[in-house]
Each structure stands twice: as C-alpha cells, then as structure tokens.
Design a binder for this molecule. Structure first.
Ligand code: HEM
Ligand SMILES: *[C@@H]1O[C@H](CO)[C@@H](O)[C@H](O)[C@H]1NC(C)=O
Ligand SMILES: *[C@@H]1O[C@H](CO)[C@@H](O)[C@H](O)[C@H]1NC(C)=O
Ligand SMILES: *[C@@H]1O[C@H](CO)[C@@H](O)[C@H](O)[C@H]1NC(C)=O
Length: 317
C-alpha cells in the first residue's frame, strides 16, 4: 500500500511537471486489455531464450526512448522520406532487438486491437528484461501514448559515455531526474555489452600526460586494449559491461570502486560526494540498489510523450 501511494504520488508529480500531461495509472488496461502484460512478458521470454542479448537491448532501448521526447516509442519509428528517425541517428550504436517489440505489439493487437501503445509495450518489456535477468519486479503505471515525431538529429541529446559528472547531472536534471536517479539508473550497466568506440577515449591517447585513463585499473585497461586493437578496426569488437553481464545484480557498483567499468560516465560517479556515497551504498547492498533502481525506473518511464496509439510500432498512424 505504501508503495502504491508512493507510485501514485510520483505519477502525479511527473505529470504535473511536464505537458501535455498524460495521467498514467496502474489499472489502465484492466478492462480493455487485461492480459497485455503477460502477452508481452511471454514474448520477451521467448526472444531471450533464443538470444541472451535481448534483455540488455530492451532496457537500453527504453532508456533511449524516454530521454528523447519522453517515453513515446519515438525510438521505434522507421525513417521515412527525407526524415531520418532516431534509429538512424548518431548514438544509436548497437540499439537492437526492435523485432521483439514489433512482434509483441502484433500479439497484443490480435488480443485487443487499437488499445495498447507501443510506448507501454516497450516499458513493460524493459521491466520484464530486468526480471528475466534476475532483478526486481515492479508494478508499472501505464497509459502512455505514442509520438508522431522521431528525428535522428535529436539523439545527440542523449548523455555520452565521455560525460563528466556535471554533464551527466545536467542531462538528467533536464528531464526531472536527480543525482540519486543518475546513480541508480546507471546500474542498468550491470547487464549488456559495449563496443570499443564507446570507451576508446580511456584506453588510448587519454590526454596530454596519460595514454590510459589513470582511474582505470591497469590490468583492466590492458585487457581492453587487447580486445580493441587500433589497426584492425573490428567493428563488432567490445566488452561486456561486467563479468556477470546477463545477471542483474550490484556487481557494477563494486566494479566502479575497482576502476573496472567501461565508461568515463560510470567512473565519474565517484567524483561527486553525493553520487560517490550512493556507489558505496549500492556496492554493499543489492537490496538498496534494487529499491532505488525500481523507484528511478518508474520515474524515468513516466516521462511524458505522445498523442496516439500506434497500430504498427514502426510507423505513425
Ligand atoms: C548515465 C548515462 C548513460 C550513458 C552515458 C550510457 C552510455 C551507454 C553506452 C555508450 C553503451 C554502449 C553502446 C555500445 O557501444 O554498444 C551503453 C549500453 C547500455 N546501457 Fe547505457 N548509458 C547511460 C545510462 C543508461 C541507463 C539509464 C540505462 C537503463 C536503465 C542504460 C542501460 C544500458 C544497457 C542495458 C546497455 C547494454 C546494451 C546492450 O547490451 O545492447 N544505460 N550505455
Ligand atoms: C545507426 O545510424 C547509422 C548512421 O545514421 C546507420 O547507418 C545505421 O544503420 C543505424 N543503426 C541502426 C541499428 O539503426
Ligand atoms: C565537465 O565538462 C564540461 C565540458 O567539457 C566542463 O565545462 C566542466 O568544467 C566539466 N566539469 C567537471 C566537474 O569536470
Ligand atoms: C590527464 O588526466 C589525469 C587524470 O584525470 C589528470 O590528473 C591530468 O592532470 C590530466 N592531464 C592533462 C594534461 O590534462
């Protein structure tokens, strides 16, 4: 009950701070599509059985969706005519698994046509991805609408892996997200994979005095230089976010303390007293990380978006 009240208060706060306000609710599909969440969960589970990289892809896709124009499934739209969509923009690197959402939408449409937004399906799928990886579950407020606009040029508004703490703070606060949210949500990097290009700034020509970022553990840096050879630009080369890259746990925070995370933006969480304190807290308690992660996910996924219920997630109605 306490959680429920917290969730509802949050939803009200978030809707009040952005416009146009879309009121999300926990029982939005109770009458119109009662099985929607189990249909999506099964679709995500089936896809994950075939491809272990699906959960990380869906979690990141939801984050990218919410950070550009709110959670409105703008990330799912295909480019059309001379409009280049987000999908084909810079910073889209390695977004994948779109087919999972497209297929889930088809199944949902068969059960309850024209009722469930693609934005909600992606939000459900991101939550299911966390659950399938052994993380916490939560009740998701729903009723998002899908947007009609997607622009490749807007993806530069996403935070970059080279960001320092003040740039990260600014990127999050512009979306009503706090330093606490920043640390908790960065914990999403407990699962998944990164390409060399996202951390190459740290392992070669770091700055005028250091070839390698001195905050990175030397043996870890050496191993990354090994998998990311300069010359043969293997486009698919890279590294897992953490050694337990399919398990949603608090290893990521322990790795930050050891200098063994991939991005400058991960390591930057130690450069501010408040965020540093949270890194230590989450490194020592999986439960406190999970609790904070759930709170911040609900907050992020309540960012406002669109206008319609798309029929096909790839195109506007
Ligand atoms: C704080 C700012 C963030 C930055 C700078 C950032 C940056 C990145 C980068 C550069 C990659 C690797 C892309 C590649 O090279 O393939 C990545 C992957 C990933 N990110 Fe983030 N991210 C941030 C926040 C988040 C948030 C809030 C979440 C979700 C809660 C998230 C979830 C993920 C996941 C799951 C992957 C792995 C994707 C896969 O394996 O396909 N990230 N992130
Ligand atoms: C990402 O953007 C690039 C450049 O616009 C494009 O060539 C590529 O196909 C896009 N990748 C995906 C997965 O959409
Ligand atoms: C972060 O980077 C920006 C842009 O390069 C710079 O202006 C700012 O001083 C940096 N902040 C910190 C805390 O290093
Ligand atoms: C390079 O980075 C290190 C670690 O952040 C710093 O101590 C050093 O002053 C930097 N050197 C230059 C020339 O900026």
């Amino acid at each position: 009950m306490a959680l429920l009240i917290a969730v509802l208060t949050l939803v009200l706060l978030v809707s009040a701070s952005t416009s146009p306000a879309i009121a999300l609710s926990l029982n939005h599909y109770e009458k119109t599509c009662p099985d929607v969440e189990s249909i999506v969960a099964k679709a995500v589970e089936r896809a994950t059985m075939k491809d272990k990289t699906v959960p990380a892809a869906l979690l990141r896709m939801h984050f990218h969706d919410c950070f550009i124009r709110g959670c409105d499934a703008s990330v799912l739209l295909y480019s059309k005519g001379n409009n280049k969509a987000e999908k084909d923009g810079p910073a889209n690197l390695s977004l994948h698994g779109f087919y999972v959402i497209e297929n889930a939408k088809k199944e949902v449409e068969a059960a309850c046509p024209g009722v469930v937004s693609c934005a909600d399906i992606l939000a459900f799928a991101a939550r299911d991805a966390v659950v399938l990886s052994g993380g916490p579950t939560w009740e998701l407020p729903k009723g998002r609408k899908d947007g009609r606009t997607s622009k490749a040029s807007e993806t530069i508004q996403l935070p970059a892996p080279t960001f320092n703490i003040s740039q990260l703070q600014q990127s999050f606060s512009q979306r009503g997200l706090s330093m606490d949210d920043l640390v908790a949500l960065s914990g999403g990097h407990t699962i998944g994979f990164s390409h060399c290009s996202s951390f190459q700034n740290r392992i070669r020509n770091f700055n005028a005095t250091h070839d390698i970022d001195p905050t990175m553990h030397p043996s870890f840096a050496a191993s990354l230089r090994n998998v990311c050879p300069i010359k043969n630009k293997a486009k698919n080369a890279g590294a897992t976010m953490d050694p337990s890259s399919t398990a949603f746990d608090n290893t990521y925070f322990k790795l930050i303390l050891q200098g063994k995370t991939l991005f400058s933006s991960d390591q930057a969480l130690l450069t501010n007293p408040k965020t540093k304190g949270l890194v230590y807290k989450f490194a020592s308690s999986k439960q406190s990380f999970e609790k904070a992660f759930v709170n911040s996910m609900i907050k992020m996924s309540s960012l406002n978006g669109g206008q319609e219920i798309r029929k096909d997630c790839r195109v506007v109605n």
